[in-house]
Design a protein around this ligand. Structure first.
Ligand code: HEM
Length: 172
């Protein structure tokens, strides 16, 4: 009997050592886009006060309709910022970290700027951060906000509604 216990212990030891020596392969997570065709669409957006479902003051300073661009298997959102010279910092959570969007165009006369960021999933809210410096009003603030997309009202160029599904997350 004692012998049996010994053997069992040795086997257990071998197995635990093996599992330490060969760590399990990390499961990589890839996200596949939903199958909307390459092209340009519109999507209504709303900025929310941090941690709430309330409309943020920031909506005064953005165009409520954003452009959704699907290109080379990627999905981008373009937002028009108004009074953009006051918006001295902006970061949006793309791919899990707050990232500065790319400036696509600037209209100095209108004080507008179009910025673009990648958004893999527009059926969910995205965290964002904004820095505002309106020297004229001695208004200097930094805020966290969330961006909510009205993904049920995405329209193509001819104004036809397009169905947006939550992208599938697959493990490989
Ligand atoms: C000089 C112009 C501005 C004035 C006078 C102003 C005024 C205010 C006031 C009074 C609040 C407090 C409101 C509340 O908590 O209910 C507030 C909050 C806020 N403001 Fe401004 N603001 C200005 C510019 C901007 C700009 C340009 C942005 C961003 C693009 C911005 C984004 C926010 C955000 C995110 C909050 C936090 C509360 C929320 O999300 O609604 N503000 N602002």
């Amino acid at each position: 009997m004692k012998q049996l216990v010994k053997i069992a212990l040795i086997i257990a030891l071998i197995f635990s050592a093996a599992s330490i020596a060969t760590p399990q392969a990390q499961a990589a997570t890839t996200t596949t886009l939903n199958a909307i065709k390459q092209g340009q669409y519109t999507v209504p957006i709303q900025f929310l006060t941090d941690g709430t479902s309330k409309s943020s003051v920031m909506n005064t300073y953005v165009n409520p309709t954003a452009k959704l661009v699907v290109k080379n298997g990627k999905q981008y959102v373009q937002i028009t910022l108004k009074n953009s010279d006051w918006i001295t910092g902006l970061k949006v959570n793309t791919n899990g970290k707050l990232t500065k969007p790319k400036t696509i165009s600037t209209n100095k006369k209108k004080k507008e700027k179009v910025v673009q960021f990648e958004a893999k999933d527009i059926t969910t809210k995205l965290n964002a951060w904004v820095k505002v410096d309106a020297a004229k009003y001695n208004y200097h603030h930094k805020y966290n906000v969330q961006i909510k997309f009205d993904s049920k009202n995405v329209k193509n160029k001819s104004g036809k509604k397009v169905t947006i599904k939550k992208p599938k997350t697959t493990k490989r």
